[in-house]
Design a protein around this ligand. Structure first.
Ligand code: KG4
Ligand code: ZN
Length: 364
């Protein structure tokens, strides 16, 4: 199918309520016409993490209005939309129910097709909306709920090459911040503190570095941070800065090793790929030190490094709309209205399940 397509996207899998209208032209070029995201950060920050029941209620309160806002920004009504795409997993089940049921209701009322989208597929395909990337490419998803290195072969064709065997990377940042008394979410706070710290003061572990498998592990790092903090109590502001800088350095070295091996494997499997690329997605992609590490690694290996604008790296509905458009354009069937939300839904159904694979309430 190569016609001009317009879709309404809905995202409610975690703590962002989002709606977007995205169009794909005959040449395959995507344009975001309306994109609104409402973060629930304030509702959850007092608890130091996302509270599922609060999240679900907040989605119910906000979603209808956000959909109207996205349509208004696009200067459209539901009559102008060709289809609806709603996240149906993985994520917190209460929020997924809110978004998917809303999508179903609109699809039923307007007699338009519904695409039940995997949230991770949204992250995986975003770079084709922003950077017109060709398949295949590698995607590193580093968020509060996931740390995965995925081979993106095509629409609906994903191979998970590596995942965390314990904490997600964002979770490691959040836990490190918490035990150092820094605010939630921890990533930005740790990065800020690290800027004035000595990265060589502590040598933290770099788990799995040197191993052939492409998995990640971050829980040992968090434990080492706790022990370091306890060993120098009372911890001064400078100590906190030094710990954060040393933590970030350990993460950076770990990514260098793990992703470096991933790039090598990509070269071996696709020796003829004309423009090999690594795409980054997820909130941790905001970290400037880690971004620089990945950029440098890609430069050294002659890979293109693609980091979509931050608002499209973190949770949003434009990526869900785009995943729906990609499925439509590839001629893949829409979903039945009987489709159910799934709190767990691996992108690569063939990948072995890994115990405790970095799912904090399945936040992606
Ligand atoms: O993708 P995201 O916005 O939400 C989901 O997890 O779904 O990612 C949030 C995660 C949090 O763990 C947060 O601490 C982390 O991304 N994060 C960062 C930075 N900004 C956000 N981690 C490291 N450095 C940052 N600057
Ligand atoms: Zn996500």
């Amino acid at each position: 199918m190569s016609s001009h397509l317009t879709i309404l996207g809905i995202e409610t899998s975690c703590d962002e309520t989002a709606a977007a209208v995205v169009v794909r032209d005959e040449a395959g070029q995507g344009t975001i016409l309306g994109d609104v995201v409402l973060s629930q950060l304030d509702e959850h920050s007092a608890y130091g993490g996302v509270v599922p029941e609060i999240a679900a209620r907040a989605h119910v309160e906000a979603l209808d209005d956000l959909i109207l806002q996205a349509l208004a920004k696009a200067n459209m009504t539901l009559a102008d939309i060709d289809a609806i795409a709603a996240t149906s997993g993985p994520g917190l089940i209460g929020g997924l129910i809110v978004g998917l049921m809303t999508g179903k209701a609109i699809a039923r009322a307007t007699a338009k097709p519904l695409y039940a989208v995997n949230h991770l597929e949204g992250h995986a395909l975003t770079a084709r909306l922003t950077d017109k990337l060709d398949f295949p490419y590698l995607m590193l998803l580093v968020s509060g709920g996931h740390t995965q290195l995925v081979l993106v072969r095509g629409v609906g064709e994903y191979e998970r090459w590596g995942t965390t065997i314990d904490d997600a990377l964002g979770e490691a940042f959040d836990k490190t911040a918490k035990l150092l008394g820094l605010p939630y979410p921890g990533g930005p706070a740790v990065e800020r503190a690290a800027a004035s710290g000595n990265a060589d003061r502590f040598t933290f572990p770099r788990p799995l570095v040197g191993e052939k498998r492409l998995d990640f592990s971050f829980s040992g790092l968090k434990t080492a941070v706790r022990q370091a903090a306890q060993s120098i109590e009372p911890v001064s502001e400078q100590d906190v800065a030094d710990i954060c800088a040393s933590f970030q350095k350990a993460v950076s070295r770990t990514l260098q090793d793990r992703i470096g091996r991933g790039l090598e494997r990509f070269r071996q499997e696709f020796p003829d790929a004309s423009q090999p690329a690594l795409v980054v997605a997820g909130g941790v992609a905001a970290n400037k030190v880690l971004r620089a590490t990945l950029q440098e690694l890609c430069d050294r290996n002659r890979f293109r490094f693609v980091a979509p604008p931050l608002a499209l790296c973190t949770d949003n509905a434009a990526m869900i709309a785009w995943a729906g458009l990609e499925r439509m354009a590839a001629g893949l069937a829409a979903d039945e209205l009987s489709v159910s939300p799934r709190s767990r839904w691996p992108l690569d159904a063939d990948a072995a399940a890994i115990l405790g694979s970095g799912k904090r309430g399945a936040k992606a």
